[in-house]
Each structure stands twice: as structure tokens, then as C-alpha cells.
Write a protein that binds this ligand. Sequence first.
Ligand code: NAD
Ligand code: MG
Length: 302
Amino acid sequence: MSDNKNIPTTRNEPHADHFPTPPFPHQKQPFPGLAGKMTPRPDHGETSYKGSGRLAGKKALITGGDSGIGRAVAIAFAREGADVAINYLPAEEEDAREVIELIRAAGRNAVAIPGDIRDEAFCQKLVKQAAQELEGLDLLVNNAGRQQYCESIKDLTTEAFDATFKTNVYAMFWITKAALDYLPRGASIINTSSVQAYLPSEILLDYAQTKAAIVAFTKSLAKQLGPKGIRVNAVAPGPYWTVLQCCGGQPQEKIEKFGESAPLGRPGQPAEIAGMYVTLASGESSFTSGQVWCSDGGTGTL
Ligand code: NAD
Ligand code: MG
């Protein structure tokens, strides 16, 4: 399907044709799903990410750090020299254990804090525990998300709408607010938005709104925290091969063709977006705040 299969690469590193392309097997998991049960298993950079001390000595809290994009960010941050705390749901312990081992294998301190971020009291406890066990907090990645497709507004229940907003918007607000007790000048907050903020699908009515809210939150807070020397940015992924899609994020027939409509003809693998988070987290981006960086396989959303 791709015409450029034979283009040689000049360097020995991944390129556009290195990663899996559709069709993918049908696969359905109950929410929240496990990355370890996906076929093919997503590439979170486990064997490929090489650090170079870009986040040496930093302390990071990453929500949804057990799988997908959050896991790729956790691996990259640790290999760049950061100590990392991850939050996830108790049902994801199996995925989380692998991430904890990978952080420790990078020689960094790893902290596992399972719990449901739809609860404000838990969000406050999460931040406090992370800052205490890491002995500080410099980087906050609000990445956990709920995406459950629904064909019609008529079938979208108040409970589902509420769960999506609690997970994607309220938790980001509660966690960020609590983190400000610890974040020093030079700290960086990175929120995971989506291309859905800009090109919303008809079946993701609630989710798309939350991702747009994350963009406005990011831009507003960047203005508020600029004088405190804290940067706030967002990343807007396009289609990425993560378990979010297989546990209610998309209808099953779309999983098989996932990423097909992107000009690169495939979904991104989590390892391919971790570098954006590293760059936004690092002092290399010290004048970058209030921005949304997109990675969508060539669609040109932003
Ligand atoms: P993922 O399922 O691997 O990660 C999402 C994580 O959210 C889960 O691992 C889970 O730990 C966490 N989570 C969900 N509800 C929670 C709750 N109530 N309490 C605590 N944690 C909870 O999938 P992903 O695709 O890596 O998702 C990461 C982020 O990327 C999400 O914000 C998602 O909206 C966003 N995103 C993903 C895509 C994509 O195509 N995969 C595209 C755009 C944006
Ligand atoms: Mg998970």
C-alpha cells in the first residue's frame, strides 16, 4: 500500500515504514484494557528509546502511565534521567508492573500509585504521595483519558458523559491544582489533548469536547503560570495504536483499519510520540508555553 517501501534510510533508526500497518486483527477488551493483550503489542520504546540525560534529576508524575502514550512517556523520561511516579487503575496492575520494572532498569526511582482519578480526594492524595516518594515534583503529565464511542446523543447517558468529563477534565484540574504546592520555577506541565479537539468525530461527542477543553485549559493556565516560571503545553495525538481504542474507544470494524486514513497509512506507535513530551518537559523548550503540538501521521490537523 505504501509506495516508499524501498527508500533507503541513511541512519540506522526507525522511519515511516518501520511500524505495523493495517489490517489488524479484531480485538475487544473490557475497559480499561491491557496493552499486554493487544495484537500486535504496541511499541512503547521498550527496546528502542535511548536517553541522553535530557531530564537528569527531574521528578515526574504521569497519569495513565501503565500503557499506551503514558507508558512510552514513562520509559522515555526514566531513560532521560527522571524519577517517575505513575498512576493507573487497579485493574491495570499487570501493565503497570512492567513499566515500574522498566523505570527501575533505567536506574531511576519508580513509584506506583493505583487509583481512580474521578475522585478529587484521591487526586490530592496522588499528588502528595508522588511528591513525597519522589522527593519533589518538576514534571506533571496529565495523560489519563476515557474514550467510549457512542453513535447517538440520544444514547449518551449522563453517567457516561460525567465519567468522560471527570476523567479527562476534572481530574486534570484537581491534579494540577494540587501539584502547584510542589512545582518549582522551571517546572513543566504537559496535557494530552487530541486531534478530536479540532476535528471531532460524530461518535465521540463527549470525548471530543473534553479534548477541546484541555486545549483551552492549557492556553489559559500557561498565561496564569508564566509569571511563576512554570510552562504548560499540550500534545494532540492523531490515531495511536493503544488499548484505549480496543476497549470501547472505537467500533471493532474501525480497529481493523485503524490509522489507514492517515497519509502515512498506519497508526502511530506510542514510542513515536514520547519525544514530543521529552522536548516539552526539558529546559530545551524553556520559552515554549501555551502550545499544542500535534502528531497525526500527516493529516495536518494543526
Ligand atoms: P491507554 O488506554 O493506554 O491510556 C489511558 C489511561 O488512562 C489508562 O491506561 C488508564 O490508566 C487511565 N485512566 C482511564 N480512566 C482512569 C481513571 N478513572 N482513573 C485513573 N486512570 C484512568 O490509551 P492512550 O491512547 O495511551 O491514552 C492516553 C491519552 O492519549 C488519553 O488522554 C487519550 O485520550 C489520548 N489520546 C489517544 C489517542 C489514540 O489514538 N490512542 C489519540 C488522541 C489522544
Ligand atoms: Mg492502561
